[in-house]
Design a protein around this ligand. Structure first.
Ligand code: GNR
Ligand code: NI
Length: 174
């Protein structure tokens, strides 16, 4: 288990389309373990493999509240369908766009079919925060970030802000 570096904008890898996983084996489980460690260390609720530079269709998530038991979830080759007509706005953030938050509208209910940590097929309906998060993570698999839904002005500002924040961080570390 290891904490990996989270890529931030404008890293071009974040625009890559991730490739399907052929099988869920111990190597893939080691990747999912690292992703979960990395997500928890960064206080995130979800993470796509591309955010640590691995272009595979793998997502980890934990929507448990701080006072609840951890509830990690794993998604391999997830497929979304049956989106609701009703949209819900939600103030989103992203570990790859740190310090930036803005509202995005998405369907409030979707169906997700995927494989889990053990390679078993899972089919469920996601609503509310779960629906928001799974759609945010699935966008990462297509190289799409939440800031791509904002105006060009807001998106450019967001990237500039992250560049500045990351530069300050590098300085601190040096
Ligand atoms: O930690 C995260 N919080 C969050 C808040 C609102 C909507 C989506 C998210 S996902 C994000 C972690 C992340 O960047 N996943 O890709
Ligand atoms: Ni994200």
């Amino acid at each position: 288990m290891a904490i990996r570096e989270i890529r931030t904008v404008p890293d071009p890898i974040l625009k890559e389309v991730s490739q399907p996983v052929e099988k869920v084996d111990d190597d893939l489980r080691a990747l999912m373990d690292d992703m979960l460690d990395t997500m928890y260390a960064a206080d995130g609720i979800g993470l796509a493999a591309i955010q640590i530079g691995v272009p595979k269709r793998v997502i980890v998530m934990d929507l448990a509240k701080p006072d609840e038991e951890p509830a990690p979830k794993f998604f391999v080759n997830p497929v979304l369908s049956d989106p609701s007509d009703t949209l819900q706005p939600y103030e989103e953030g992203c570990l790859s766009v740190p310090t930036v938050f803005d509202e995005v509208e998405r369907p409030d209910r979707i169906r997700v079919q995927s494989m889990d940590y053990d390679g078993n097929q899972v089919d469920e309906i996601a609503e509310g925060m779960y629906a928001v998060c799974i759609q945010h993570e699935m966008d990462h698999l297509e190289g799409v970030l939440f800031i791509d839904y904002l105006s060009r002005l807001k998106r450019n500002r967001a990237v500039q802000k992250v560049k500045k924040v990351e530069k300050a961080k590098d300085k601190d570390a040096a």
